[in-house]
Design a protein around this ligand. Sequence first.
Ligand SMILES: [Zn+2]
Length: 373
Amino acid sequence: MKRKYVRKLFNTRKPYDLEKSNDVFCQAMRENAMHHYKQCPDYKRILDEANFDPKSIACMDDLINLPFLPTLYFKHHELFSKPLWKMPIKATSSGTSSGFKSKIAMSIGDLWRGFKMIKRIFSYHKLWSIRPVTYLIFGYQPTKHSEAGIMKTAYGFTYVAPAKKRVYAIRWSKENGYQVDLDYMKAAFIKASQQRTPIRTIGFPAYTYFLLKEMKAEGIKLQMAKGSKVTIGGGWKQFYAEKVDKNEFYQLVHEVLGIEEKNCVEFFGAVEHPILYTDCDYHHFHVPAYARVIIRDPDTFKPVPKGQMGLINLLTPMMEGTPLLSVMTDDLGVLHYEGCECGELSPWLEIIGRVGIKDITTCAQGADDLLSK
Ligand SMILES: [Zn+2]
């Protein structure tokens, strides 16, 4: 199967130029839809039942009619479009309370495209560094006991700048399994502040926030080396319960670690939509050229008028291993078209939060559980 347009899309030089990439994006979606239609019987059945011919995709409007699969669907069904043994990565989403996890397989081509995307986006946001850094990771220490996608992602990020050292907040021990150890992290922060090596923090904002709050209460004020960055990912969902404002978080980072707001970078992505969303200097998630976002009415699933809130539907032709062309999340969001002070014209996605389904908890919730243990 030729993947001419998919390749073209992932070779784009301007990662946020949606206007110019619209045509290539549609062609790539058609290419990708036809591939999965041929290779994945379940996907073929879904399109057939909806009376949708993948060959018919010609413009952005056709993508509205392309059947979407809810993220929940991937927690109950395994959809693969290539023999499993041919795919080097099997990622699972972090668990939910019901114990179901999405299983996604990535081919070598998928990894390659992911690599090109990360390279381009990190260059755009000036995140590459040749200077070694100390990584303080608010996440799981990689062991054979966990294969959660988020952990792999966190580990992958530590190659963005050479690692002098990696310190993990959730460490594995034979006796107790995974345990959160924030005191250990606190000591690591204090030690790092006395050294000239810049730091990078990675991981769940909740942990970073709890620890910094505690440090502030103890009157700890550090000054991290120049070039230090706080990067967060894994969701702010638990913050809705905590009612924490992002600005308050950035202030806390500045007060306790001496790191300026512009050096706080947030990422967003999902196992079911492995596209890297990175916030700009004004903390907006601009939609990159590799993806499109449709906001839909939760009752009718019709696209809402520009600027209105609805369910977030994420589209990308990136994946060859699993049909992730159009995935419906259970998050509410708004796509903003009013422009941004950073100068980027691509609309930006504001994630409002989860639809009130009690049964569905996120990885962030799982992290919360660990923390309260
Ligand atoms: Zn912006």
